[in-house]
Ligand binder design. Structure first.
Ligand code: XBP
Ligand code: MG
Length: 259
């Protein structure tokens, strides 16, 4: 049982707020490769393997190291990857601006409920800051950036998830002890990072992460749930959502107290 009162929620972005990877990031990488005259094609299955590494630049390097060893590397590989990644970010933010990637069920509802209840909100993600802004602006509206006290993103810390650094950085910025927070994640790398920073964590799995090892989670759901689209408890207390089928702020307080 934790003695601390729940004060803040810290959210991952990719896979947690929205299913951005398959139809967003993956497509944007492929468009950047095509623009650069490369014949690389990251299909849905290959991309699942590439997701083992977080961070887009890191993922491109991992691809070259493990899946395309014959590629004739340019002299300045860092620069080459950085250029590809800039182009990928342009493509990705354009895709989001077309409104093609919605928030996952229950995300907007829980964010609004948490704001109304006076909980502090933060983001902790490995993705590029521009991508967070584009997602929030095109789903919740431009003012939603202000809902979050801290947006910890991208290269702000050198060691990306599963390192806990991005969560540690966010907690420091907030002056918050981990025991007073709850993290929301979707993946094994994500929960290793959040729990590594001492944060109790709720996981919402998705198609890419449904087999991930997330045993340290307080609660594992298939989604946060809506009254008309109930969530399923996949691990953790079976009665965590009561009879209503969605995760509420009251549920969060109860889960946090029991952590
Ligand atoms: C997300 C990532 C990111 C995105 C791509 O992981 O790994 O790299 O896939 O974004 P998490 P960038 O949800 O665990 O934070 O290309 O901007 O890095
Ligand atoms: Mg994620």
């Amino acid at each position: 049982m934790t003695e601390k009162t729940l004060e803040a929620l810290l959210f991952d972005v990719d896979g947690t707020l929205a299913d951005t990877e398959r139809d967003g990031h993956r497509v944007a990488f492929n468009r950047a490769f095509r623009d650069a005259g490369l014949d690389w094609d990251w299909d849905v299955d290959l991309y699942e393997k590439l997701l083992a590494v977080t961070g887009g630049k890191e993922r491109i390097r991992f691809y070259l190291d493990e899946f395309n060893r014959d590629f004739a590397r340019p002299a300045d590989l860092d620069d080459f990857i950085a250029g590809l990644h800039r182009s990928k970010t342009d493509h990705y933010t354009r895709l989001l601006s077309e409104g093609r990637i919605p928030l996952r069920p229950g995300v907007e509802r829980l964010l609004r409920e948490a704001r109304d209840a006076g909980l502090r909100l933060a983001i902790a993600t490995t993705t590029t800051p521009a991508n967070v802004e584009a997602l929030l602006a095109h789903t919740l509206g431009p003012e939603a950036m202000d809902w979050f006290e801290v947006i910890a993103a991208g290269d702000i810390v050198p060691a990306k998830k599963p390192a806990p650094d991005i969560f540690v950085w966010a907690l420091e910025q907030m002056g918050l002890e981990p025991a007073a927070g709850l993290a929301f994640e979707d993946s094994e790398n994500g929960i290793r990072a959040s729990t590594g920073a001492g944060l109790p964590t709720i996981v919402t799995l998705n198609d890419y992460t449904r087999e991930h090892a997330v045993g340290d989670a307080l609660l594992v759901l298939d989604q946060l749930g809506e009254p008309e689209a109930p969530a399923r408890v996949l691990a953790g207390p079976a009665d965590a959502l009561g009879d209503k089928g969605y995760l509420s702020v009251d549920d969060l307080h109860r889960l946090h107290r029991a952590a």
